[in-house]
Ligand binder design. Structure first.
Ligand SMILES: Nc1ncnc2c1ncn2[C@@H]1O[C@H](COP(=O)(O)OP(=O)(O)O)[C@@H](O)[C@H]1O
Ligand SMILES: [Mg+2]
Length: 232
C-alpha cells in the first residue's frame, strides 16, 4: 500500500466555508455564503446558476484575482487565506484563464501571443519549442493560416480561440473558464470545448467552467449549481 504522504495530492481546489461580500458597512452586499467543494486532477466540473448568483465572483477568488475574505481556499496546493500579492502572481501563472472577453493585446499576432505566454515558463522551453509549440497550438484551434495577423483582422470566434490556445499552451494543471463559449459561433465553441476536454482526458488537468448551457453538462464529471450565493 502507498502511504498517504507519498501519493501526490490530487486536489486542485479545496474550498470550505467560503463567504464573500462586496462593499462594507451599510453598503455590504453578501454574494457568496458557506461555499464548500473540492475539485481533483482529471475532473471537468461545470459551475452553473442564474445570472447574479455569484459564479464569476467565485471563479475570480479561486484564480487569485480578488482577495479571500472568509473561509478556506487552497488552489494548486497554495493557501489563499492571507497569501501575499507575490504568491498570487505566482499562482496565476499556473492557471489557464479563459474569460468571455478574450483580453488579447491588439498589437500582438496569435504567434506573438503564444511566445509571450511561453515566456512566463521560459525555464521549460528551448529554441525549438518556440518554433513548434505555437504552430501546433494555433493549428489545433484552426488558425494555421492566421498565425501572423493582428487580432483586428480576426473574427470574434477566432480571437476567442487564440485566448483558448494562450490558456492551454503552458499545460496548466488548472483551467478556469467563465462562459468561454457564450456568443461564439458553433465551430469556435466546439473547438474550445474539445481543447478543454482533451486537457482533462489526456493530461489530467482540472477544469472549472462556468456555463448556462445545459447541453454542456454531458461533458462534465460534475455540475455545481449556485443559487443566491449558495451551492444547492
Ligand atoms: N465589482 C463588484 N462590485 C459590486 N457588486 C458586484 C461586483 N461584481 C459583481 N457584483 C454583484 O455580485 C453579484 C454576483 O455577481 P457575479 O459573481 O458576477 O454573478 P454571476 O457570474 O453568477 O452572474 C451580483 O449581484 C453582482 O451585481
Ligand atoms: Mg458571471
Amino acid at each position: 500500500m502507498i502511504p498517504m504522504t507519498v501519493a501526490a495530492d490530487q486536489t486542485r481546489i479545496h474550498c470550505s466555508h467560503l463567504s464573500y461580500a462586496y462593499g462594507s458597512g451599510a453598503e455590504e452586499q453578501p454574494v457568496l455564503s458557506g461555499i464548500g467543494f473540492d475539485i481533483s486532477a482529471g475532473e471537468f466540473v461545470i459551475l452553473t446558476g442564474p445570472s447574479g448568483s455569484g459564479k464569476s465572483t467565485l471563479v475570480t477568488l479561486i484564480g487569485g484575482l480578488r482577495r479571500l475574505q472568509r473561509g478556506q481556499l487552497r488552489v494548486l496546493g497554495s493557501d489563499l487565506a492571507g497569501a501575499s500579492e507575490a504568491a498570487l502572481v505566482l499562482l496565476r501563472r499556473d492557471i489557464g484563464f479563459i474569460f468571455q472577453d478574450h483580453h488579447l493585446f491588439d498589437a500582438l499576432t496569435p504567434r506573438e501571443t503564444m511566445h509571450l505566454t511561453m515566456g512566463l515558463r521560459r525555464e521549460r522551453y528551448g529554441k525549438q519549442d518556440y518554433l513548434e509549440r505555437p504552430e501546433r497550438w494555433l493549428t489545433r484551434i484552426g488558425l494555421q493560416r492566421r498565425m501572423d495577423v493582428l487580432p483586428g483582422k480576426l473574427s470574434t470566434g477566432q480571437r476567442q480561440r487564440v485566448a483558448v490556445a494562450r490558456a492551454l499552451i503552458n499545460e496548466p494543471d488548472l483551467i478556469l473558464a467563465d462562459e468561454p463559449t457564450a456568443s461564439l459561433d458553433p465551430e469556435s465553441a466546439a473547438i474550445t470545448l474539445d481543447c478543454l476536454r482533451e486537457a482533462v482526458s489526456q493530461r489530467g488537468a482540472a477544469v472549472l467552467m462556468i456555463s448556462h448551457d445545459s447541453r454542456h453538462y454531458a461533458l462534465a464529471d460534475r455540475v455545481l449549481t449556485l443559487v443566491d450565493g449558495k451551492l444547492v
